[in-house]
Design a protein around this ligand. Structure first.
Ligand code: CS2
Length: 484
């Protein structure tokens, strides 16, 4: 079978070899390739030839090695109940692997034609403390980047050095576009970058504050990790071998704060002045449901989100969480219909064409819980609202990060705080009255307020006790009978 390439791909509606690089994107994983690259590809097809994307892998060469021999083209497979449709995306024009040559990346970020540096480096990639949103000055990558500022390792380190060099060269600053699920993502990244710049030189921090725009965004598209089965199916459908296609849903949404002083592609996104209400709706409903379902579902033996949705009791819990406990904390975003969004979400979660593993979503819980569940819990506690489903989500995370499942098998827990979490879990043992306080004491996740709130600690401890005694399935089955 022939390999996908410029020679075999057929017409794309534009000539990828003619594109200028206007965007450098840090974190060229599946999510970026299914979301921002798709929007940009569409804008290029309508004439935006100055918006080619140079992707960057901050760690491994895998994506570059897979895509370089196919001229960085890849197939985007979009699935819904009517089936799967494939098309080729040409917006990505190269991938740099940062650790191989950090200077080359800085150089690329300093090209005059580059107007935007966007990022999907996951929550942990910002080296911040998730409970406060402030940079973690003891993070090993930040310590490294302060010692070796010209050859950074972290995303904030690259941003600061490239901003500094552009200033030195008399070039206008690029716009920093965070595309990760962080709360108040534009402002959070602005704070992290400004603080790192300040630690290097207060004048550089002043330059960042005055000249760099950090628009906020809300991104919404479900993109599971690509599997070999996906590769085989897509090759059979297209007749071309593609080493790294991306599979996603047909649904796609992007709300962006329109603040791009150097210009931007003509993305068919929703441009607004305030992203916050859209972001809260999405993080609390979609991601809050995702995380709750992934811990409970994993413990109950469900491999994917669509498997979880086949389980009536778990589906009930998720719908209850969204309707009864999350919705009252949301201010409806202008023009959005929360009820319709929730209905659509349950349908998207059911999509059998997406094999979105509970284990994948369970990753990095310490970085996700604050914006997905804990912010909602704080709002509920303020108004005296019940938090039974939310507390069960938090308790399921606690049970999961012990690293041993209900059958006594090891769980492959991936989390930057794993060592600390598992040490606490091991010394507490599998007893809720010790395990809950041991994990609630992780200040980076829970802050100081939540562990001091008796309503919250009681709810989490009692949910964890049920999970430990009766197992996940029985716990959410019982939840349904108690919360019809
Ligand atoms: C998921 C998200 O992996 C996860 O934690 O909750 O990646 C989710 O699929 C996206 O935010 C959807 O937009």
């Amino acid at each position: 079978m022939k390999r996908l390439s410029l020679a075999t791909c057929g017409p794309l509606g534009y000539d990828p070899t003619r594109l200028e690089i206007g965007i450098v994107h840090l974190g060229a994983g599946a999510f970026h390739r299914a979301h921002q690259a798709d929007y940009t590809d569409d804008a290029i097809r309508r004439g935006g030839h100055q918006w080619g994307i140079l992707g960057v892998s901050l760690r491994s060469p895998e994506t570059r090695d897979a895509l370089a021999p196919q001229d960085y083209l890849y197939t985007l497979a979009e699935t819904d109940e009517s089936g799967e449709r494939c098309r080729v995306i040409g917006a990505l024009r190269g991938i740099l692997v940062a650790p191989e040559d950090p200077l080359a990346l800085i150089e690329a970020m300093c090209r005059p034609a580059v107007k935007i540096v966007s990022l999907t480096v996951t929550e942990k990639g910002y080296c911040h403390d998730p409970a406060t949103g402030e940079i973690n000055e003891n993070h090993p990558d930040i310590v490294h980047d302060l010692a070796h500022p010209l050859r950074p390792r972290s995303a904030p380190g690259f941003l600061v050095e490239a901003i500094r060099q552009r200033k030195q060269r008399g070039l206008p600053a690029f716009t920093v576009l965070c595309c990760d699920n962080l709360p108040d993502n534009g402002r959070t990244v602005a704070r992290v970058v400004t603080r790192l710049a300040h630690l290097r030189d207060p004048a550089l921090a002043a330059h960042v504050m005055e000249n760099v725009a950090f628009p906020a965004t809300m991104l919404d598209r479900i993109v599971p990790a690509t599997t070999d089965a996906d590769r085989a199916r897509i090759a059979a459908a297209t007749g071309l071998e593609d080493r790294w296609p991306v599979v996603t849903e047909v649904y796609n949404n992007w709300v962006v704060e329109d603040n791009f002083p150097q210009g931007r592609p003509d993305w068919r996104a929703t441009f607004v002045t305030a992203v916050a209400p859209f972001e809260l709706m999405k993080l609390r409903l979609l991601n809050g449901a995702h995380s709750t379902m992934s811990y409970l579902g994993y413990l109950a033996g469900h491999e994917t989100v669509s498997d979880c949705m086949q389980d009536d009791d778990l589906r009930h819990l998720i719908a209850y969480l969204m309707d009864v406990e999350v919705t009252p904390t949301l201010a409806p975003p202008p023009g959005a219909d929360i009820t319709a969004y929730k209905q659509a979400l349950l349908k998207r979660f059911r999509n059998p064409g997406l094999r979105h593993r509970t284990w994948q979503i369970a990753m990095d819980g310490s970085q996700k819980l604050p914006q997905r569940l804990l912010g909602t819990i704080r709002d509920r506690l303020k108004t005296g609202g019940a938090i039974d489903a939310l507390a069960l989500g938090v308790a399921a995370w606690m049970r999961y990060v012990t690293g041993v499942d209900e059958q006594g098998e090891a769980i492959d827990v991936r989390d930057p705080l794993r060592a600390d979490l598992q040490e606490r879990a091991a010394s507490a043992g599998l007893a809720a009255e010790r395990l809950a306080p041991a994990l609630l004491a992780v200040e980076d996740v829970f802050g100081r307020d939540l562990p001091a709130n008796p309503v919250f600690t009681a709810a989490v401890t009692s949910a964890l006790d049920r999970l430990i005694r009766h197992g996940s399935r029985e716990t959410y089955r019982k939840f349904r009978s108690e919360h019809p």
